[in-house]
Design a protein around this ligand. Structure first.
Ligand SMILES: Cc1cc2nc3c(=O)[nH]c(=O)nc-3n(C[C@H](O)[C@H](O)[C@H](O)COP(=O)(O)OP(=O)(O)OC[C@H]3O[C@@H](n4cnc5c(N)ncnc54)[C@H](O)[C@@H]3O)c2cc1C
Length: 392
């Protein structure tokens, strides 16, 4: 049996950050992962260029049953701290939309930095490690693996959420938490494309590949960002964002043309009576979508002067409450994150230590903390990993 100070389960974003931070403090650290490669999600994130932080990250961008939990860590390890780290390694990055930082070339460059930090710090990485058993003893914890046994003072669970099982995601972290009496808040796939009901699918599939700027609203929260029609339903930033707030069975509102209010449509008829509403829509929406709308409103190509108030009202209602007939989501197969997880009311927001088991820590996505789309989830992984790494 090998004696180390810290064992970290999970060589993803939070685990790698925690490992280097603890090892730089002189702690003897080993990171175990059942996958054959570290940081697989980092590599596939942000379309292969990893949106590694958001300069505006603030507690309001995170969902949790305990919304105060994330405040301390986000304050102690800021997006600028992570930018300083990647700057020291000379990473080339770009700001795509305000605040959202992506690798300029490839997510590989970012993973390389984390692995370099791991090496410099002296932490050890052991891949292909299957954990068979965890035994909490009075003064230490014993971890039994297919590649030998470890005993440690601190065991950190950094196993992430359930999304993309083919990349190594597992519910193991929740099992570890449950075994010591933690409450797991209901989990569900989020930041995920929405599927539509079978009869609507065929119609919307004709629009597959087109994108437009919409407002998606659910449960009092709205996002104005692009939506993309797919073969299975809808995706794109506005849709992914709203899945943090919407779940199947609840109301979801899609406003296809947020700028076209009822008043503005009436003003168009008043001020440009010779112009058709087809022309107006064509300036705002992709051609194929206008064709679909025309199927519902055959009068669309007439002069606006000829349209009645009722026609304008029904057009406005159609556009502002565009019915995608949501059915569900694509689930963990394509979701970026898992909502819910280890109840943060039972974990220290300063040290990330469990209140149920001394020497046991939870960091990253396994906790009930979920960020919006836009680099927030990685910022949570870095911040929670860093803060725990300073304590273990
Ligand atoms: C397709 C995709 C794109 C994304 N893009 C972005 C983005 O651009 N920006 C952003 O902020 N977030 C993004 N995310 C979310 C982000 O990747 C996660 O929030 C983040 O990786 C969570 O970090 P983590 O350390 O908690 O878990 P992970 O990075 O998921 O790491 C968990 C690790 O634990 C290991 N593990 C799991 N179970 C076991 C077990 N039983 N035994 C041993 N090891 C185990 C896994 O193999 C994995 O290496 C994306 C996610 C996906 C799926």
């Amino acid at each position: 049996m090998e004696k180390v100070d810290v064992v970290i389960i999970g060589a993803g974003a939070s685990g790698l950050m925690c490992a280097a931070t603890a090892a730089y403090r002189g702690r003897k650290v080993v990171v175990l992962d059942h996958a054959n490669k570290a940081g697989k999600k980092i590599l596939m994130s942000g379309g292969g260029r990893c949106n590694f932080t958001n300069m505006d990250a603030a507690p309001k961008h995170f969902l949790s049953d305990n919304p105060h939990f994330c405040i301390s860590a986000l304050r102690r390890y800021s997006p600028q701290d992570f930018v300083d780290l990647v700057d020291r390694h000379g990473l080339d990055y770009v700001e795509k939309t305000p605040g959202q930082l992506f690798c300029e070339h490839s997510a590989k460059d970012l993973l390389e930095i984390l692995l370099t930090e791991l090496e410099w710090s002296g932490a050890r990485l052991q891949l292909n490690s299957k954990i068979h058993a965890i035994d909490y003893q009075a003064e230490q914890t014993v971890i039994n693996t297919n590649q030998g046994d470890f005993c440690c003072d601190s065991l950190v669970v950094a196993t992430g959420g359930l999304s993309i099982p083919t990349m190594g995601a597992s519910g193991f972290g929740y099992e570890i938490a449950k075994q010591v009496g933690h409450d797991i808040l209901p989990t569900r796939a989020s930041l995920v494309p929405i599927t539509v009901q079978p009869d609507r699918k065929a119609q919307l599939a004709e629009l597959s590949g087109i994108a437009c700027d919409i407002v998606a609203s659910a449960n009092g929260t709205s996002f104005q960002e692009p939506m993309l029609f797919t073969h299975r339903g809808v995706s794109g930033p506005s849709i992914l964002q709203i899945t943090n707030f919407w779940q199947p069975g609840e109301e979801l509102t899609i406003n296809l043309a947020p700028e076209l209010t009822l008043e503005s449509l009436q003003a168009i008829r008043q001020n440009t009576p010779k112009k058709s509403f087809e022309g107006v829509l064509s300036n705002q929406l992709p051609k194929r979508l206008v064709e679909l709308i025309k199927g519902q409103f055959p009068w669309l190509n007439e002069r606006s002067a000829q349209t009645s108030n009722e026609q304008i009202e029904s057009l406005h209602a159609y556009l502002s409450r565009f019915d995608i007939a949501p059915n569900g989501t694509e689930g963990y197969r394509t979701a970026e994150v898992t909502l819910g997880g280890v109840n943060t009311n039972e974990v220290s927001s300063k040290t990330f230590e469990s209140s149920k088991q001394k020497g046991l820590y939870f960091i990253g996505e396994v906790l009930d903390v979920t960020g919006w789309l836009g680099g927030y989830n990685f910022q949570w992984a870095w911040a929670s990993g860093f803060c725990a790494g300073q304590h273990v």
